[in-house]
Design a protein. Structure first.
Length: 394
């Protein structure tokens, strides 16, 4: 055995150990990445679902308060003996008691609740204690033709309107809850009590619903109008089959079949990001609106990939130090074997007086050193005996 080959044993041994360690590390790192991604995906599904649910609950709380206020106004107004002054005072007091309401009106059928009045619809709107007034019966508004008046009159039940711009009334984007007013006999239709909610309160809610950097949220009406969208100005544009990819449109239609949380994966919208996005859709129970949460998959994997890359870099540095440490240790451990190899080479050449190094450790190399020393001594004795026998024969 050549000495340089023996000296490379430490390097070979180190290389094999580090190579095996590297394979094990790659396997562990890959498994950790996969399991972390799965765990994060499960967590994100829960987060997006809860985000959609909390957004829906927040909106429904505002709507429920407005509906209760309008129903209370209807009940108060429907009592016999109600005067014009009482109607005005009641409208203002109900608005002041509910800050989520932008405006309210009592729109009466002519000569019903108050026989002396024809068209009648006093409308108060604005901020608390700073209400503006508009007479919807006197400014060519023609309230009796408006959907917020005609639909509850026809169906005999409360109705939430679709979002609209109230030109001639509050002149803002709003939604209206309308509930019928009946005379004390509970049969004769007397008019409509309404509660208006400005849609701009949804902007803050939907901005808080976004997840991550590129994720965003939408609020869509029953008739597919985009009411609010994260960090964007909304002009009540409509979702249509021509504006949405066919697979997404079908998922959207499927989500309308029930009010449960609907989730699916599809390609991200072009203005958001490349790749795959997660979509979570949750319906409001009172008016059919939908909250849609969109989250790009990159948002899920980016941090894990960055962490995995950083761990891999640290591991590479660690493996280099490990390689150097193993070389140093193996060379230290195999150094006596190198000296023994050199001595056995001399013995093999016939130099039996060559000194065999003393074993420095009680291990396999130490035992091998003792065995070589015993073999050398036995060989010297045998050669001596052979020489003596040969000399006597001469």
């Amino acid at each position: 055995m050549k000495i340089n080959q023996l000296q490379s044993l430490a390097a070979h041994l180190s290389l094999w150990i580090v190579s095996l360690g590297t394979l094990i590390f790659i396997a562990v790192l890959g498994t950790n990445y996969y399991l972390s991604l799965r765990l994060l995906e499960d967590g994100v599904e829960d987060i997006t679902k809860e985000k959609a649910l909390s957004t829906v609950r927040e909106i429904e709380t505002v709507f429920s308060a407005a509906a209760i206020s309008a129903n209370s106004l209807s009940s108060i107004i429907s009592t016999s003996g109600t005067s014009d002054l009482q109607i005005h005072q009641t409208i203002k007091s109900v608005i002041n008691a509910n800050t989520s309401i932008y405006g309210m009106t009592v729109a009466l059928e002519p000569h019903t609740l108050i026989n002396s009045l024809g068209d009648y619809s006093p409308y108060y709107y604005g901020e608390k204690n700073r209400l503006a007034f508009s007479d919807l019966a006197a400014n060519n508004y023609n309230y009796k033709t408006k959907p917020w008046y005609t639909k509850p009159k026809q169906t005999n039940k409360p109705v939430w309107s679709e979002p609209y711009f109230d030109e001639g009334g509050g002149d803002v984007r709003m939604i209206t809850y309308s509930t019928p007013i009946y005379l004390p006999d509970n049969k004769t239709f007397a008019g409509i009590a309404t509660a208006d909610i400005k849609l701009n309160f949804l902007d803050k809610i939907i901005n808080e619903a976004k997840i991550g950097v590129h994720g965003y949220g939408l609020i869509v009406s029953r008739d597919d109008a985009i009411i609010a969208q994260s960090l964007r100005t909304t002009k009540l544009t409509k979702l249509t089959k021509n504006k949405v990819a066919s697979d997404k449109w079908q998922h959207y239609l499927d989500s309308k079949k029930d009010s449960s949380t609907y989730r699916f994966k599809s390609s991200c919208p072009e203005d958001v990001d490349a790749g795959i996005c997660r979509f979570t859709i949750k319906s409001l129970s009172n008016n059919g609106w939908k909250v849609i949460i969109v989250l790009p998959e990159k948002e899920l994997t980016a941090k894990i990939q960055a962490l995995t890359t950083e761990v891999a870099r640290i591991a590479v540095v660690g493996l280099i130090f490990l390689f150097l440490a193993i070389i140093f240790i193996t060379r230290y451990l195999t150094k006596p074997l190198g000296r023994l190899a050199s001595a056995t080479k001399d013995i093999g050449a016939g130099y039996l007086d060559t000194e065999i190094p003393e074993p420095v450790r009680e291990d396999e190399i130490g035992a091998l050193t003792d065995d070589f020393s015993s073999m050398r001594n036995a060989l010297k004795i045998y050669i001596g005996e052979v020489r003596e026998a040969t000399a006597k024969q001469i």
